[in-house]
Design a protein around this ligand. Sequence first.
Ligand code: 13P
Ligand code: SF4
Length: 306
Amino acid sequence: MRTTKEIQDEINRLKKEKDFCILVHAYQAHSIVEIADFTGDSYGLSVQAAKVPEKNVIMCGVRFMAETVKVLSPEKNVYLANPTAGCPMAEQMDIPILKGLQAKYPGYETVAYINTTTELKTICDTIVTSSSADKIIGNIENDKILFVPDPNLGGWIAKRHPDKDFKFFNGGCPTHMRMRKEDVLKAKAEHPDALFLVHPECRAEVVELADYVGSTTGIMAFAKESNAKEFIIGTESSIVEHLQYECPEKTFYPLSVDLICNNMKMTTLVDVLNTMNGTGGEEITLPDETIKAAKKSIDRMIALGG
Ligand code: 13P
Ligand code: SF4
């Protein structure tokens, strides 16, 4: 049996030999982050996807992320390292549901969280991520916003833009929605000196108690720059792991042991190796017209997000 280091060395050798770039979402395990060419939040990954020089790109994350890479770099061979890794939130809404809401709210700009299928993106005006939503909503002229599918992220943004009228869908991230006010009060009682950093996919009752609200990258940057020594992390458990590696002099506590996204945890180093060797992973293929239509809303995100 090979060690983790031996598999990582083999992946790094194949990257050069076969012209692969490996994009890794911050919720992946530390051993995957170690072989990444770029690690980041959904916005950072999208910006990176549009300018990857390599011919082959592997996404270690969930399906909508690999699809976004394909939309932004259709000439590349794009692979999802573990084909079973999906995002339950992205599957919550299909075209008929969204068309129904658009008919109910005429004149509203459809703003979709990037955690949606590529097909759904074809009928959206603008895509946002957790780190770019605030700026993008501020840059949209229309004061009527239909925000889908996450009402928690949407609700947090709406509070920052009281001049706009928001309509929501009843979706959300099943991992972050598990957290309740009681979990925060318990963690704060156990670690009274810790700052509480939270992802806006959590419920409003949780977000209201935070010292900082932001994307995965935002949370990590805040923790690294802060003078505080202890932090309660209100997002997926991998962020606790990465921060503890990067800031050994500080202490990071998960808000709850239940804050684990099983989909994000599916990808292994062997999946990456098998993808490079053509014995695993899935090459992403999308109809040309789907790529063209979805690209409009994703390009608008990058243009408005800066
Ligand atoms: P960000 O990395 O953009 O904060 O997104 C979190 C997430 O849930 C991705 O699925
Ligand atoms: Fe989807 Fe939530 Fe997992 Fe992110 S953490 S991939 S939103 S289920």
